[in-house]
Design a protein. Structure first.
Lengths: 234, 409
């Protein structure tokens, strides 16, 4: 009996190894395509950056690009263009690699995983963009609220940040088709719950506090011009 | 009474125009009736004057010649420039460039640019500005306004100290909108605002004069401008004025790093007596100090991206001071301004956010200045002390600029 068990195990091991070995050419082709296109992308991005710098692209574009650089402050327009070129080639490399892998593989699991890969990339992009937007908006709200003399500036900024992140996560999960209806429902309940609880807390619980706060702000706003008139910033 | 003749040529062309010895440019929307009325006063002075103001393309009128001898011409020059919606009182580089080009094409010996509010549009003021240029004393005449301690605070806090420290010229109003330019400096100044990078910012005449090694002088003017700030919040104002200053700082980095010390330009005109300055009603410093303290509580995360640890610690200590003893040290303020200038260059934060995060710090400085003036400190020597502190701390800026990661005290 032990001989039969050992024989069965070695057979299944051999089959698994055989399947893995059959995937190896596809994996190699995938890696080769990604590396090759990344190298080409890197080279072209460098060329594009040099050309744009020599053409004084950033200066020529001027204010039109302020909106772009506001969202990604570390990047100049020329840098962004170079990065776009690089990542376009990386995505092309992945697409070509996936096609090469699919063509050389007969496994249903591998094919299924390959079909899922673009969705994973899409979800990653959604999360990345969501993170950038959340950070940008929360900073903007924080600075705006501080300059409006709102005492709860940090709270406002945190609420904005987490709402955008929650929305982004729900979108990414929806894109991946993970718990589609549950995510929709949970997100709707969460969002609705936040809005309802805020409305209730403002309307009932903190009515006096809010009215006092609004009165204070209004009296400040009325008093402000008197101080401002005496100051001439420019 | 002056006779008015209407010429047949359009406002846009100036090839057949007679030579003008002096061109007065008004870079904005002006009250044309008042321009005509004042321009008439130049007739009979013995030299040809052209008053040029911009008009929207397609809306030009024929130039008018005033005076019996045709000495004064009023020209509406077609200029396609996008008005600054947030701060229409700030001059547009495209308009300045067009006016300077017009002065060049007319062969003017000097060009006077005046604020379109026309507060300085009088023969006496124009003459005061042009005199040092005619007498070959300088190529650029900048104004010295009659100002009180709470006038032009942004100029006192940032523009004048930074310009002095960076470019070594003690120009009191580097962003003044009344100035005179000699014929020799006209092409250089026009070219400086014709580049794409400069076209987006503001015109800093004194900086351009220093870069081109032209002589600068200052003239006392009995003029006071009122800028309509209604509806404009402080972060927007900082964005409009300080952002171009930082951009200029970045553009000329290779030059100002070599400049050491500073010199006073020659001054002319009649210096106003202290009691001639506009009466200063002391504002309440409490809201400004509170705005600073609120910023200190909430903007730590953002300030720590821009400021050095020592500066952050100093600000923290300052925020705990009671109102009576709240004073922002000059060294601290100079480090704050320099660090924000560096962050603008490095894009540590998005630029809109950067200037917004600077607003509570600026209000802290204003609160400190108000408290000083209230306590009887004379503000003119105090301003000189602040500007000297910026100059003395320039090595800090140079080191931070060159090695932002390595030099982070």
């Amino acid at each position: 009996m032990w001989n039969q068990v050992g024989h069965t195990l070695s057979n299944s091991m051999a089959q698994a190894m055989g399947r893995f070995a059959s995937l190896l050419p596809g994996i190699l082709a995938f890696l080769l395509a990604v590396i090759l296109f990344s190298l080409i992308g890197g080279l072209l991005a460098w060329v594009v950056r040099r050309i744009l710098i020599s053409l004084r692209f950033d200066e020529r574009l001027g204010r039109g690009t302020e909106a772009v650089t506001e969202w990604s402050p570390h990047q100049t327009p020329a840098g962004l263009a170079a990065r776009l070129v690089f990542w376009t080639f990386v995505v092309i490399g992945i697409t070509v690699g996936v096609d090469a892998f699919g063509a050389s593989s007969q496994s249903e699991i591998a094919v299924g995983l390959l079909e899922y890969l673009p969705k994973l990339i899409g979800a990653g992009v959604i999360l990345l963009v969501g993170n950038i937007v959340a950070r940008f908006l929360s900073r903007g709200v924080l600075i705006g609220a501080v300059n409006m003399n709102l005492q709860y500036a940090r709270l406002l900024s945190l609420v904005v940040k987490w709402m955008v992140l929650a929305l982004t996560t729900a979108m990414a999960l929806d894109h991946l088709r993970i718990g589609e209806k549950i995510v929709d429902l949970a997100f709707g309940i969460l969002f609705g719950g936040i809005v309802l609880s805020l409305a209730l807390s403002v309307g009932l619980g903190s009515r006096d506090l809010v009215s006092r706060s609004i009165e204070r702000e209004a009296s400040r706003a009325n008093a402000a011009p008197a101080h401002e008139e005496e100051l001439r910033h420019f | 009474m002056a006779k008015v003749e209407v010429e047949e040529e359009t406002g846009g062309s100036s090839q057949s125009a007679p030579q003008a010895e002096l061109v007065v440019g008004l870079p904005g929307v002006v009250n044309v009736e008042r321009v005509r009325a004042v321009a008439t006063q130049w007739s009979g002075v013995g030299h040809r004057v052209a008053v040029v103001y911009p008009c929207v393309p397609g809306m030009s009128q024929a130039p008018e010649t005033l005076g019996d001898g045709g000495e004064v011409r009023v020209v509406a020059k077609e200029i396609a420039a996008v008005a600054n919606a947030a701060a229409p009182w700030l001059g547009q580089p495209a308009v300045y460039a067009a006016l300077l080009a017009e002065a060049e094409s007319l062969g003017a010996g000097a060009c006077v640019i005046l604020n379109p509010d026309l507060a300085a549009f009088t023969p006496a003021v124009v003459d005061a500005l042009v005199r040092p240029i005619r007498e070959s004393q300088c190529d650029l005449a900048m104004p010295l306004y009659r100002a009180g301690p709470f006038d032009g605070l942004l100029n006192q806090a940032i523009l004048a100290p930074v310009t002095r420290a960076l470019f070594g010229k003690r120009v009191r109003y580097p962003l003044a909108q009344d100035f005179a330019v000699s014929a020799g400096f006209l092409p250089g100044l026009r070219q400086s605002i014709s580049t794409p990078a400069a076209g987006q910012g503001l015109l800093w005449p004194a900086t351009e004069a220093v870069i081109r090694e032209k002589k600068v002088c200052q003239v006392y003017l009995p003029v006071h401008h009122d800028y309509p700030m209604a509806g404009m919040d402080l972060p927007a104002l900082l964005q409009q004025i300080v952002s171009p200053l930082f951009a200029d700082m970045d553009r000329h980095a290779s030059l100002w790093q070599r400049v050491r010390g500073s010199h006073s330009p020659t001054e002319s005109g009649v210096e106003p007596m202290p009691d001639e300055a506009p009466a200063a009603t002391s504002p309440d410093p409490r809201p400004m100090v509170e705005a600073f303290q609120l910023g200190q509580r909430n903007l730590q995360e953002l300030w720590s991206l821009v400021l050095t640890p020592v500066t952050l610690l100093e600000l923290k200590k300052l925020s705990r001071q009671p109102l009576e003893s709240f004073r922002m040290p000059d060294e601290l303020w100079s480090h704050v301004v320099y660090d924000f200038g560096l962050a603008y260059r490095l894009r540590t934060l998005s630029r809109g956010h950067l200037l917004g995060a600077m607003a509570p710090l600026y209000l802290g400085w204003v609160g400190s200045r108000v408290l000083e003036v209230e306590s009887g400190v004379p503000w003119v020597p105090r301003q000189e002390q602040l500007e000297r502190a910026f100059e003395q701390n320039k090595p800090y800026l140079v080191q931070r600029w060159r090695w932002p990661d390595r030099f982070n005290p």
